[in-house]
Design a protein around this ligand. Structure first.
Ligand code: SF4
Length: 586
């Protein structure tokens, strides 16, 4: 049976399909890097399902966020329409799948406590789940169908997960603390470039002074005075600390906390009092359990007086990823912005099948103009007012030259703030912050100032009625993460194995992924056209050039963006562009 759900393959789709299928047959890891818009989800899923039907192997397709569940679910639905019969499950967080809309407004831990109470008291109308076959068109219809069948979608999915031939889930069910049993399965990891950050986030623990004060008061109120005293000692420790702290010191303060009995008793009493049974002692328990476990953490105290926070981050996300994938049959890593060699080195991946479709393979060269302005930089030592003024001048030039929307990505809020005060813009504009872009009413010309790894450069579409609203993307500086003791510790941990590449594996990796994410907002399909501006001389230097050469080769190298004005005007007024953009304002 032909599984591919479309009439024919689009350019490069067949290569993606064949690379995945070959890797699975040869039992080799597969790394696919292919730009967004190529249709890789359909190609990868079809190859994996073909392999599943041929070999009876189960497949787990995993995405980072709940919004990213939609593309594989949509493609699977189309494949199922071809008459394929297989047992599938879609799962995301319990709260997202809950049938009671009123419970979705609670804080997550309060929600868990309420859900647990409803189940224990037999007061949830959807629990236990019923045995039904939920059809699949989208995630929301799947959830709605199960709710309409009086079956809790989360509990339904959880029960079916181990036996299902295909599971589509968020990262939590593969990389979280209580991950699913993946033994013997093929795992497809979508958005693989974000794996290190996602795993770090999933295993991080953050406790505020407010959380601890609430836990202390609760323990005292319900008569657990020993526990209250110990929690108070932890609170005092946090108040007095700043920056990196010794994990051993934190463990010493919480290791012998007897919380099980206190939590059980408080939950019971709150239930009797008919209030939400959540207790903030659960957060302290989470901290204690994490520190008692095998995972190594980096700990720091952040923030100011009265608003301090204790944060713990896993020191070695690489080890966590490997641990989560232990026993799987094979792994397919897919991404649109993956620096494959650094990624493979970081994870010490052995022999693998690789398909790396570069930006210039996918987007015809005549569809974009790239400019590197070597007259500016956001290098830390050179961040002066004079430099911010120079960057602002270039940005004003870019906005003036562009007939459509301009997206500028800054490496940090600080740089954005520094440049912003010198930038006078006459078109509608927004900066990343509390104010939301008016997506529905974006005019033909606009400016958006975004921050690397923020919400305006990742997981957001600038496409309306099939047209990309952006005509220019400006990458201001190099989006290296701000240096931090935590990231430096991660570099040191990698150094024995990666030597001088250890720094690249942590810092350069993020800069390359973020730069490609910004570029990807402008190019969602091979028909998109536009100008890419790189405002930092380091793009012309070997380190970044080598990682981004598919984009940067053929760039105009100028010492002021003004020098590229004529070429830019020509580009925007060229025959094939003219139909998309009105004449630029000079
Ligand atoms: S069992 Fe399911 S439907 Fe019932 S409260 Fe919990 S999550 Fe919601």
């Amino acid at each position: 049976m032909e599984l591919f759900p479309y009439r024919g393959f689009r350019p490069f789709q067949k290569e993606v399909h064949d690379a995945v299928y070959r890797g699975l047959l040869e039992e080799k890891l597969v790394l696919i890097n292919a730009p967004t818009g190529l249709g890789k989800t359909a190609a990868v899923l079809t190859a994996a399902l073909r392999y599943m039907l041929d070999t009876e192997t189960s497949v787990h397709y995993v995405v980072r966020t709940r919004a990213e569940l939609e593309p594989p679910v949509r493609e699977l639905s189309k494949i199922l329409n071809r008459g394929v019969d297989l047992d599938y499950v879609v799962i995301k967080s319990r709260q997202d799948m809950c049938c009671y809309s009123s419970l979705k407004k609670l804080d997550y831990l309060e929600f868990l406590a309420e859900c647990s109470l409803l189940r224990r008291m037999g007061r949830c109308a959807y629990y236990p789940p019923r045995e039904v076959q939920a059809p699949l068109r989208s995630v929301s219809t799947y959830v709605k169908f199960l709710c309409a069948s009086q079956s809790c979608p989360y509990e339904y999915a959880r029960q079916k997960m181990s036996g299902a031939k295909l599971v589509i889930s968020t990262y939590y069910y593969v990389f979280g603390r209580e991950h699913a049993d993946l033994k013997g399965r093929v795992v497809i990891i979508d958005e693989a470039h974000s794996l290190f950050d996602a795993v770090t986030q999933l295993h991080s623990i953050v406790l505020s002074e407010g959380d601890l004060r609430a836990a202390y008061k609760e323990a005292k109120k319900y008569g657990f005075l020993d526990e209250a005293a110990k929690i108070y000692r932890l609170l005092t420790f946090i108040k007095r600390s700043a920056g990196a702290v010794d994990v051993g010191d934190v463990l010493g303060l919480v290791a012998d906390l007897d919380l099980e009995n206190a939590i059980w008793e408080i939950t019971k009493r709150k239930t009797e009092e008919k209030v939400n049974p959540y207790t903030p002692l659960l957060l302290v328990k989470e901290l204690r359990d994490a520190l008692r476990g095998r995972l190594r953490y980096y700990a720091e105290v952040r923030g100011e007086y009265l608003a301090k926070t204790l944060a713990l981050y896993p020191l070695d996300p690489t080890a966590l990823i490997k641990e989560s994938l232990r026993g799987v049959k094979n792994v397919v890593y897919i991404s649109g912005t993956l620096p494959i060699s650094i990624f493979a080195e970081s994870l010490a991946l052995p022999d693998f099948v690789k398909l790396d479709i570069s930006f210039s393979d996918f987007i015809p060269r005549h569809n974009y103009l790239s400019v590197i302005d070597v007259g500016v930089t956001t290098k830390f030592e050179e961040r002066t007012e004079e430099m911010y003024l120079r960057i602002a001048e270039r940005l004003a030039t870019a906005i003036n030259m562009s007939p459509g929307g301009v997206l500028a990505m800054f490496p940090s809020y600080d740089v954005m703030k520094g440049v912003r005060k010198y930038l006078k813009i006459s078109v509608p504009h927004w900066y990343e912050g509390p104010q939301e872009v008016d997506w529905e009413n974006l005019p033909e010309k606009f400016f958006i100032g975004a921050v690397a790894r923020g919400r305006y450069v990742e997981g957001v579409e600038y496409v309306k009625d099939g047209k990309n609203l952006l005509s220019t993307v400006v990458v201001v500086g190099v989006p290296y993460p701000e240096p931090s003791p935590y990231l430096d510790r991660r570099v040191e941990l990698l150094r024995p194995r990666l030597k001088e590449r250890a720094w690249s594996a942590v810092y350069l990796y993020h800069a390359v992924v973020s730069t490609r994410q910004a570029i990807g907002r402008l190019f969602r399909s091979p028909e998109d056209r536009g100008v890419l501006v790189f405002l930092d001389r380091r793009y012309a230097e070997p380190e970044l050039w080598n990682e981004l050469k598919d984009v940067l080769t053929g760039s105009l190298i100028v010492s002021h963006l003004e020098e590229a004005a004529e070429k830019t005007a020509e580009f925007f007024t060229s025959a094939s562009t003219a139909s998309r953009w009105p004449s630029p304002r000079r």
